[in-house]
Write a protein that binds this ligand. Structure first.
Ligand SMILES: [Zn+2]
Length: 243
């Protein structure tokens, strides 16, 4: 495999596999000026190619912002709907090389998708990351924070908003981690995450829907969660600026 750094519109980078060329798609939505440096947020899905609700939700989210751009005022959204294009094409969790990309980040991985995304994460210096997944073992939606209070204050309204579409997973253990009201503060290592040395560290939230639920309801839950996180972070930043 080889990779090309992509500065082309719509593409974060390209690579070849099995004689075919693939692109890691990158879309951008710039909300109206809010009188400050725009808040750069990276939105990711399709890390696992067998979870179609995330990419469908990011497409739906962007379409809906086109009709109602006020929801993104003050934001500069960088959107990567298909992080794992070979897995998405095959409908497999892993990429074409058999690797789970969500165990490969910041570990000197040779996987081209990971190298392309690591370069993006370093270059963009996002204020926050939101990644959408679907889980075939859960009983409702839930999310991961990484133990920072701001992440907790963003995820909780997202879980509440998503309850309009799907129930929350209230079990004390989800995906092997202890959970409280659908919030997990621990995580696997090697997940898609900010550069370890970036300071201050951006927020990093993972939102998961139950993969067995109807696709349309998963999409609605994802979109409701995204809207809630953006609204909550805007309030958080305004409050911090007013102190
Ligand atoms: Zn996943």
């Amino acid at each position: 495999m080889s990779t090309d750094a992509g500065d082309a519109e719509g593409c974060a980078g390209t690579f070849t596999n099995g004689g075919r060329s693939y692109a890691v798609a990158r879309l951008r939505f710039q909300g109206a000026d809010a009188g400050r440096e725009p808040l750069r947020i990276g939105l990711f899905s399709g890390v696992h190619g067998d979870e179609p609700s995330g990419p469908a939700a990011l497409q739906r989210f962007l379409e809906s912002l086109g009709r109602d751009p006020g929801r993104a005022a003050g934001y500069d959204l960088w959107v990567y709907p298909w992080v794992n294009p070979t897995g998405c094409e095959r409908g497999t969790r892993e990429n074409a090389s058999g690797k789970d990309l969500n165990r490969e980040f910041w570990r000197d991985s040779q996987e081209p998708e990971v190298r392309i995304l690591e370069a993006e994460l370093s270059r963009r210096r996002f204020h926050g990351l939101i990644t959408l997944h679907a889980d075939d073992t859960c009983e409702g939606h839930y999310g991961y924070t990484h133990g920072r209070p701001v992440e907790d204050s963003l995820l909780r309204p997202a879980l509440e908003a998503a309850e309009r579409a799907l129930p929350r997973d209230g079990r004390p253990v989800i995906d092997g981690f202890s959970a409280k009201e659908g919030v997990i503060t621990d995580c696997f290592t090697g997940i898609l995450s900010p550069p370890p040395r970036q300071e201050p560290q951006p927020f990093n939230i993972i939102f998961e829907t139950p993969a067995s639920a109807p696709l349309e309801l998963q999409v609605q839950a994802h979109v409701a969660a995204l809207d809630a996180i953006l609204a909550a972070y805007r309030s958080h930043v305004s409050y911090a600026e007013g102190l």
